[in-house]
Design a protein around this ligand. Structure first.
Ligand SMILES: [Zn+2]
Length: 181
């Protein structure tokens, strides 16, 4: 499975600022999320029961179509569809039915996929059991423990920092090499 490219700017191309604002309160409330052939799907409880929401993304983040059970979606890109897109941008791992394990990384695409579908907190739990403390990792990265905790916390909430992916790469290296302390 291949990740798709999708950014908030891509969502702005198809929805209004107001829709995106309204979408915020639905972000993270999807269940049964899936990604298949560029089509993101997820279920959410709306004002009139459960909606199955779908958006199709082609190329470098162009949203081709959307489906939702709500009234608004017949005429425009609805807040549920926008929320589904945002949920994917913030927490792509919710959509990855399949994860690529560390030992199965063979290409840079696999690596990118593994990095973006593995929550940082998960990596730190493993590092901790390998004997590394938060301070050890912070020291290795030459950043403060406060900054590192912030990055981990934000990653869990779906916010990415400039350092998120480099930190994940460093963690992956440590975990993969099983370096002793
Ligand atoms: Zn809708």
């Amino acid at each position: 499975m291949q990740l798709i490219k999708l950014s908030e700017d891509d969502l702005k191309d198809v929805s209004s600022q107001l829709t995106l604002q309204r979408a915020e309160s639905y972000v993270g409330n999807f269940y049964d999320c899936n990604l298949n052939d560029g089509v993101l799907t997820g279920k959410i409880r709306g004002n009139h029961g459960e909606y199955i929401v779908e958006i199709e993304v082609i190329g470098e983040g162009r949203i081709k179509s959307h489906k939702c059970g709500c009234e608004t979606s017949r005429e425009e890109f609805c807040k549920h569809a926008a929320a589904l897109g945002l949920t994917y941008i913030y927490t792509p791992w919710l959509f990855s039915g399949k994860r690529i394990g560390r030992s199965d990384i063979k290409t840079t695409d696999d690596l990118k996929y593994h990095i973006s579908t593995t929550p940082l907190r998960e990596m730190f739990i493993e590092l901790k059991s390998a004997g590394y403390s938060l301070a050890d990792i912070a020291d290795l990265l030459k950043i403060s423990t406060v900054q590192l905790s912030g990055i981990i916390k934000d990653d869990q909430a779906g916010k990415t920092h400039q350092l998120t992916e480099p930190v994940k790469l460093a963690c992956l290296y440590l975990l993969d090499k099983q370096l002793g302390k």
